[in-house]
Design a protein around this ligand. Structure first.
Ligand SMILES: [Zn+2]
Length: 701
């Protein structure tokens, strides 16, 4: 997942100024005299954020005033470029704050986030609805034929002008005020959704007291559950949680069907249990507000509004993509049900296969068919080896190298910092590596930035990025991953490379500021290397340093196409659900979230054994932030990445220099300096089709 910090940003009016003395001591506002201007985490206190935001917004407003009050006629440099560079301090403060609310949060920060979200939304609105500023932007836009702009500059102008129009710059005052109010409410609801989800996820634990209830579980999982129990002052018991590295292996291995059902239902019903942390009402309000917003801006639906800026330009294009794939994945999943049911029949005659049985019986079937046990591979995927393997692949493909820096402050002792250099030994950027789960961390895995790459006064500003995961740290000191988890490491590193390789001029066109349905291409394509025998030999070594056996690699390859219909279907279903929520009109306010979800899933003929990857009440991508009408981008990126990786396969070498250079020069380093499809076609020579995905998954010849 790729998170982006919102450079949205003025509520100086609301929160008055703060004393001068206080601000000059605020580490967030001072110049960072750290290596490469990295955040001084060792000095920042929670109480520093609010005054820093207030001051940074004031500074930003002054920068905007300077653009407006410029006596020269508006031109590209004095308006568009100056606007692109404005808000640098705010970006710096927001960079630290939003990284911390995800990677190292606490109740105080969460409360602050609920306050700061709407503050920033209001600030951003005041800028994008600033009539005098827009007048200048429009003047440049109207005069663009005479500006003699290059491709990147013309993309920046286009992006800037559209940003204002899409934020309501062309609306009358009454509509603008209404829009501002809606934006503030949306932000508040999104923060509430996420806070509720974190609360319910962290609050749950399945406590096991009897040893016989651990039947089927591998020793490492039992050890992990024992450690969790100790942390929760339940020594002598075993605690399983709803964090992915706990609940998923439990569902895969536990022989106890009742307990599987119990934890599965807890996971599947997060924030759907009534009470203060139930998210159904949040969804009702949020989808309605989004529909209202789209209508005020002159769009048919919120989906139309969002998709205008994507590679897939209309809801119909996305429906076509998803329906085209579901047509293959659902029949394949139904065939799998028949196979799995046979195994269940042997254990429990008369029982019907349920969602909580899938992973368990699929694993059994896999062992039977291929004599394969995913746990057999785990010793070969030690987390630091996986990281190093990732680094080595990046070096071979793109010439980047990574060296640990112990002199850069971090926010937590397990976080490591790496300096990235290019082939010439020049500094490229900084990467934070934050692998382990903890109570203060939001679930899942992501890549985020503290600073993007751009050019200021002729000087290249280098990027600072971070990858975060939630792997359970082994008490033994040797944390191992499944091959799937290792692949997630490659995924997030793919985003980090996209950030690090950026070679653009402007903040808004650089790095990962690409269309949302393009942003997962660099990450997903990088996953392909993780399963290549040639790469596995580089890093997949057990405790004794023995390389993963050839026979095991063969098995991994042969099981790769096994049980794929479930994963594909649950992802396509979630993407479809996301879209369904955003093609409704404001007058058709959703009354019953549960019924709405069911109707949407019935439309695609989803089977009861496969719930959408995210059910509505915990679909954080869509309701907790910025991925609304964006979940399909994972699907679209699969189409892109399968097609892109084929370029390396066709070259006959996964490290083919020409192909790697082309991918780096046409895609990875280009940000959004050109139309995404045009960039892709320059790399690949043609548009991608869904065939490569279907073929990779054995669903089409
Ligand atoms: Zn991603």
């Amino acid at each position: 997942m790729k998170k982006t910090i919102l450079f949205m940003l003025s509520a100086a009016l609301l929160f008055g100024g703060c004393g001068k003395k206080e601000n000059s001591d605020n580490p967030l506002l001072k110049e960072w005299n750290t290596p490469f201007g990295t955040p001084p985490f060792d000095q920042i206190k929670t109480s520093d954020y609010l005054p820093a935001f207030e001051e940074a917004m004031k500074v930003h407003n002054k920068e905007i005033d300077a653009i407006i009050n410029n006596k020269e006629v508006a031109n590209f440099e004095n308006t568009i470029v100056s606007y692109d560079l404005s808000g640098e301090l705010l970006g710096k403060v927001a960079g630290v704050f939003f990284n911390m609310t995800a990677a190292n949060t606490n109740e105080e920060l969460q409360k602050l986030e609920e306050k700061i979200g709407p503050m920033l939304a209001k600030h951003a609105d005041e800028i994008t609805m600033n009539a005098k500023l827009f007048e200048r932007v429009k003047k440049v836009w109207d005069n663009k034929e005479n500006e003699n702009l290059n491709k990147e500059q013309s993309m920046l102008l286009d992006k800037t002008y559209k940003k204002f129009v899409r934020s309501g710059a062309l609306l009358d005052k009454t509509k603008q005020d209404k829009l501002k109010q809606i934006n503030g409410e949306i932000k508040t609801l999104e923060s509430k959704f996420s806070a509720n989800l974190l609360k319910e996820t962290k609050a749950y634990s399945l406590v096991i007291e009897k040893k016989e209830d651990l039947k089927g579980l591998p020793q490492w999982l039992i050890d992990q559950a024992e450690a969790t129990a100790k942390e929760q002052s339940k020594a002598g018991k075993w605690v399983f949680t709803l964090d992915n590295p706990s609940v998923f292996p439990f569902l895969q291995f536990s022989e106890n069907r009742t307990l599987r059902e119990k934890i599965f239902n807890a996971k599947n019903n997060r924030c759907n249990n009534g009470g203060a942390t139930d998210n159904k009402e949040v969804i009702t309000k949020l989808t309605n507000l989004r529909a209202q917003k789209a209508e005020i801006l002159g769009y048919n639906t919120f989906a139309d509004y969002v998709l205008e800026e994507r590679m897939n330009k209309t809801p119909q294009e996305v429906y076509n993509l998803l329906e085209g794939l579901l047509k293959y994945s659902i029949p394949a999943a139904k065939k799998d049900v028949v196979e799995l049911q046979k195994l269940l029949d042997k254990d429990q005659k008369g029982a019907t296969l349920e969602a909580w049985d899938w992973s368990y019986y699929a694993d059994k079937l896999k062992k039977q068919k291929f004599n394969f046990d995913a746990e057999e591979t785990r010793p070969y995927f030690e987390i630091n080896n996986v990281r190093q393997g990732c680094f080595d692949v990046v070096t071979k493909l793109y010439g980047l190298t990574f060296t640990e820096r112990k002199d850069i402050p971090t926010y937590e002792k397990d976080v490591q910092v790496y300096e990235c250099k290019n082939e010439k030994g020049e500094h490229v950027g900084i990467l934070y590596w934050d692998p382990y789960t903890r109570a203060s961390k939001v679930g899942g895995a992501w890549c985020n930035s503290y600073r993007e790459q751009y050019v200021k006064a002729g000087k290249k500003i280098t990027p600072i990025t971070t990858v975060c995961f939630n792997y359970a740290k082994s008490p033994s000191g040797r944390t191992t991953l499944t091959s799937e988890e290792a692949s997630t490491v490659f995924h997030e590193m793919g985003h980090a490379i996209h950030t690090l390789l950026s070679n653009c001029t402007y903040i808004s066109t650089g790095g990962t500021s690409v269309p949302r349905d393009f942003v997962e291409l660099p990450s997903q394509v990088f996953e392909h290397w993780c399963s290549q025998p040639e790469v596995l030999k580089m890093f997949a070594k057990n405790e004794k340093g023995q390389v993963i056996p050839q026979e095991l690699i063969k098995k991994i390859e042969s099981v790769a196409k096994f049980d794929v219909a479930y994963g594909m279907t649950e992802r396509y279903a979630a993407a479809y659900l996301d879209l369904e929520y955003h093609v409704i009109k404001s007058k058709d306010k959703i009354q019953d979230v549960t019924a709405f979800e069911k109707k949407a899933m019935d439309k695609i003929g989803l089977i009861s054994q496969i719930p959408p990857r995210y059910r509505s009440t915990y679909f954080a991508h869509v309701f907790g932030g910025e991925y609304a009408v964006g979940y399909y981008s994972y699907v679209w990126s699969e189409v892109l990445d399968a097609d892109a990786f084929n370029a390396f396969l066709e070259a006959g070498n996964i490290f083919d220099k020409t192909t790697a250079d082309k991918f780096k020069n046409e895609v990875l380093s280009r940000g959004s300096t050109d139309d995404a499809m045009e960039m892709y076609k320059r790399f690949r020579g043609q548009e991608p089709s869904i065939d490569a995905v279907l073929r990779n998954n054995g669903m089409k010849k």
